[in-house]
Design a protein around this ligand. Sequence first.
Ligand SMILES: [Zn+2]
Ligand SMILES: [Zn+2]
Ligand SMILES: [Zn+2]
Ligand SMILES: [Zn+2]
Length: 281
Amino acid sequence: MRRRASPSSLRTSPSPPRRKVLALPGTTAASNDVKSLFECQECCGFVLPPIPQCENGHLVCRSCRPKLTRCPICKGQLGSIRNLALEKVADTMLFPCKYTSCGCEKTLRHTEKADHEEICKFRPYPCPCPGTCCKWRGALHAISPHLMQHHESVTTIEGADVVFLATNINIPGPIDWVMLQHCFGFHFMLVLEKQEIHEGHQQFFAIAQLLGTRKQAENFAYRFQLTSETRRLTWEGTPRSIDERIAAAIVKSDCFVFETNTAEFFAEDNNLSISVTIFMY
Ligand SMILES: [Zn+2]
Ligand SMILES: [Zn+2]
Ligand SMILES: [Zn+2]
Ligand SMILES: [Zn+2]
């Protein structure tokens, strides 16, 4: 069955409230008291080794330190004094992942914390839908439900072999057509973007993005194909992952790129059918 993709709409939803205090559920009052010693006086995040302090002993974290000229509490000098005693205590402790408020229950040594947070499945991602100013952020598993519920124009199509039908490709100006493809237990976001390169010269860019991690994306390939009775144009590649921005791939033309007149060779009544096949290795 063919389904139509129409230009994506401008819809927004509120971003979830940010929790400031990082308390670990199930820990004793005493260990939470010790943890509170590691609180950055500027951002309320954790201060982890190497731990710098102001001349009066107040702590700020490494990401806040370069932005400050004075201690936020006592306005004293922020020199290069380290708190070695607290660094030793930090070596013996487990700290909660910074996405605790998003549902992650992991506790980690300070040396492992940053690596885990890079791949934490509760890490909030921005809405990947192009052509909108949606401010939504959420966990990986919440992205496809968000696209289906809050982006009415984004339809979902089942199967590894589908047709991505972009309607009214002659509409002037930059425009995005977006569709979700569901196969192999994953959602792929299919995007066709029309850009005006310079006055009167337009180009089309088509790309597939897995709503999954980079590692998961490596298990797949996608093929886009335009066909008419006498012509065929094909592109194959590895889908982008949710950790990569599709805008960056479009800037580098690392996707299916074609000109307006090419699009017209394959379009019927200004509707362009792109055959899409997803392969799993
Ligand atoms: Zn801080
Ligand atoms: Zn101070
Ligand atoms: Zn985590
Ligand atoms: Zn959105």
